[in-house]
Design a binder for this molecule. Structure first.
Ligand code: PEP
Length: 247
């Protein structure tokens, strides 16, 4: 089974119109890559601007959304609004949402269910903190975070799982290809046991955490690493090298 390589760029809360123009320009110049799904996630105010200016075959994702279509939830955006802009992707469960904004497994699973039911594709992020890894709880934490959506019987054809060890995000400390492969293989086994062999075989599991143009090729050679979610390096022209990591 060949899973199509997937590279996401999470811009987080970075950029202004001038720098967004620069990113869009290098993406447009790159012309895309037919063998890779590329999705970039600008901050919400720039979603439409980026969508309208991208000529390369690159999809645009929101970085978050809430669990209901509309209502008195100041500051939130809904999957219905994301769809209304002509977009089809959203990132959910990012470690900054979990650990800076205190989002629980339960809330993230409700948001994931609602996003999928609303017709969005979800980049669902999981990952352990450094103290959890050092205490030998890597497997437990990732399985617990995944279990929250396994229990909801989601349609897995709309999910890309991003394994992002928290200790590797924005730290310059990347998981080794072996460390990442080990967790990706566990995740696939977990899906096989809890969901189905078919889902385990088809779902893309991407790695995130200080991926750069320098380390992407080795990570991308591992059999269970189906792409990357890239933060800092997605703001720079080097992102194009990461898109082409397998070429
Ligand atoms: C991220 O924000 O999802 C991420 C992986 O960031 P970075 O690549 O900067 O570590």
């Amino acid at each position: 089974m060949t899973r199509k390589f997937f590279v996401g760029g999470n811009w987080k809360m970075n950029g202004d119109k001038a720098s967004v123009d620069g990113i869009v320009a290098f993406l447009n110049q790159s012309g895309g890559n037919d063998s890779v799904d590329v999705v970039v996630a600008p901050p919400a105010p720039y979603l439409t601007y980026v969508k309208e200016h991208l000529k390369a075959p690159v999809e645009v994702a929101a970085q978050n959304c809430y669990k209901v279509p509309k209502g008195a939830f100041t500051g939130e955006i809904s999957p219905a609004m994301i769809k209304d802009l002509g977009l089809k992707w959203v990132i959910l469960g990012h470690s900054e949402r979990r650990h800076v904004f205190g989002e629980s497994d339960a809330l993230i699973s409700e948001k994931t269910v609602h996003a999928i039911e609303s017709g969005l594709e979800v980049i669902f992020c999981i990952g352990e903190k450094l103290e959890e890894r050092e205490a030998g709880h890597t497997k437990d934490v990732n399985f617990r975070q995944l279990q929250a959506i396994v229990e909801k019987n989601v349609d897995w054809s709309h999910v890309v799982i991003a394994y992002e060890p928290v200790w590797a995000i924005g730290t310059g400390k990347t998981a080794s290809p072996e460390q990442a492969q080990e967790v990706h293989a566990w995740i696939r086994e977990f899906l096989k046991e809890k969901v189905s062999s078919d889902v385990a075989e088809k779902v893309r599991i991407i790695y995130g955490g200080s991926v750069t143009a320098e380390n992407c090729a080795e990570l991308g050679k591992k059999p269970d690493i189906d792409g990357f979610l890239v933060g800092g390096a997605s703001l720079k022209p080097d992102f194009v090298k990461i898109i082409n990591a397998r070429n």
